[in-house]
Design a protein around this ligand. Structure first.
Ligand code: GAP
Length: 472
């Protein structure tokens, strides 16, 4: 679709999904604020991920570790010494980073000076600089070397340093997983592409601790599981792919890795990494902390460092993917009218679990107090149980379209028949089909619609299905 990025950015601002941080001061580079609808949708994404990890898989527990940790953690993890602190140049176009010394060597090998363009895509390179992606801060009142700490660059380090605490307190046995969602910070050289690459972002990470001999099996298992998660939430298969990371490009901690990539308007890009981290983390934390983090298997009497298979996804990147994948435009409008119209209708076909607002309650017109009164009663009835909104401004068609644009699933119209029969029309966002439902049964019908894949159609199959379930 033409100009999809600017359309998504415009919709995000116009309808309260995402705002530029500190906008009234001219904005703050690479930071974004999630508005009223954005925060609901973001929380939905996190909830669905959390539920999938904790409820749908056995032996996974949760954690919420502090963002600030001992600086020793980052020495042990390699973030202060390895790839995170090299002299780098970065391609402004494809964002691949190259060690400045390697680029120089390439130039010498060719008998000239260092190339000024990206060896991968020919894009312009930034100037070489000592670059550590860790965000430094000072803990306590004195800004001295001893007080230096870091905002975490990945959430998983909080999991590794709590490995023993979680193992013992929850009486777990290998294999098991620890899941965590939280903020991470990286001083990215060239943040760009809206919320794709930012300096402050959120990660959803799960670290799976297993016997070294089983790591490959679990690695393959988690790749499939994570692809399934995106597809179950409606992401089109054709827009997802797996990229195997070549050995020389692997992060310093990984033995093997793949990226799950999505076809963004600006090309295929990583949305999640799955890594076999071997025993890199636990053995290094053992060495640096002096604490033996090996696991003792009571049955086999074996003592070993478990291998870690991690799934590491970005909340913000998933958010972006869900928005882009759901965005549709219908030229001429969706409603068949006799007159051709130039209007372009926007439909945000978000998965029902992710849509920030599930239900809209709409009086047919707002100048009839009895309709408004009834609609407000229905709104008050549904509000505690469903993410609902009440809307009385503009024509009913316009209100439907306002709802479609932000992904509202079910719109309920309170009309004159409602006053006679105590029932309402429910209109489904995706097909615009409508059914008539008794107000007394409304909550139950909505609960079913939101929970299951029950077919929504005019023949009242839904109602019949529900009636068999002793609702009526
Ligand atoms: N613990 C492993 C790890 O952090 P990563 O590939 O560096 O691996 C994992 O990051 C995920 O975190 C990425 O796939 C992406 O979704 C998200 N992420 C990383 N850097 C990001 C950034 N600057 N802005 C937004 N999301 C980012």
């Amino acid at each position: 679709m033409k100009n999809l990025m600017s359309k998504i950015i415009s919709l995000s601002k116009r309808r309260g999904f995402i705002f530029q941080s500190s906008e009234i001061y001219g904005g703050f580079s690479s930071c974004y604020d999630f508005g009223p609808l954005g925060v609901k949708m973001k929380n939905n994404i996190k909830e669905v991920w959390w539920d999938d990890m904790i409820k749908n898989h056995e032996n996974i527990v949760g954690l919420d570790a502090a963002i600030l940790m001992s600086p020793r953690v980052w020495e042990a993890s390699g973030h202060l010494t390895a790839g995170f602190a090299d002299t780098l140049v970065e391609c402004k176009s494809c964002h691949k980073r190259f060690r400045a010394d390697e680029i120089k060597k390439q130039g010498k090998d060719r008998g000239g000076t260092a190339p000024k363009v990206c060896p991968e895509c020919g894009g312009e390179l930034t100037k070489p600089r000592k670059f550590n992606l860790m965000m430094r801060t000072f803990v306590g009142p004195v800004e001295e070397k001893a007080a230096v700490s870091y905002l975490r660059a990945e959430t998983c380090q909080g999991i590794y340093v709590n490995f023993e605490n979680v193992l013992n307190s929850m009486r777990l046995k290998i294999p098991f997983g620890i899941a965590q969602i939280g903020k991470a910070f990286r001083n990215e050289i060239t943040p760009k592409d809206f919320i794709y690459r930012t300096r402050e972002f959120e990660q959803m990470e799960m670290q799976w601790f297993c016997h070294p001999k089983k790591a490959t099996k679990y690695f393959n298992f988690w790749v499939k599981e994570r692809i399934r998660w995106y597809q179950n939430l409606g992401i089109k298969k054709k827009n997802l792919r797996i990229k195997e990371i070549p050995k020389k490009e692997l992060p310093h901690y990984a033995k093997k890795g793949i990226d799950i990539e999505y076809k963004f308007p600006f090309g295929w890009r990583e949305i999640e990494g799955i890594h076999n981290r071997g025993d890199f983390d636990l053995s290094n934390h053992s060495k640096y902390s002096g604490k033996d983090l090996r696991y003792f298997d009571e049955e086999t009497k074996e003592k070993y460092f478990p291998y870690i298979v991690e799934t590491s996804g970005g909340v913000d990147r998933s958010f972006f993917v869900f928005l882009v994948d759901a965005y549709q435009e219908i030229k001429g409008g969706r409603t068949k009218t006799t007159k051709p119209t130039k209007e372009v209708e926007i439909l945000l076909k978000l998965h029902k679990k992710l849509a920030p607002i599930k239900v809209a309650i709409l009086p047919l017109v707002r100048n009839k107090p009895e309709l408004v009164k009834k609609a407000k009663e229905v709104y008050q009835m549904l509000k505690p149980y469903f993410r609902s909104q009440y809307d009385e401004l503009g024509s009913i068609g316009r209100r439907y379209r306002r709802g479609d644009e932000i992904g509202v699933l079910y719109a309920m119209t309170i009309d004159f028949d409602t006053l006679k029969n105590d029932d309402v029309t429910i209109r489904w966002r995706d097909s615009m089909e409508q059914i008539r439902v008794d107000i007394k049964k409304l909550s139950e019908v909505l609960k079913q619609l939101l929970a299951d894949e029950i077919e929504f159609n005019k023949d009242d199959k839904l109602i019949k299905t529900l009636s068999k379930q002793t609702l009526f």
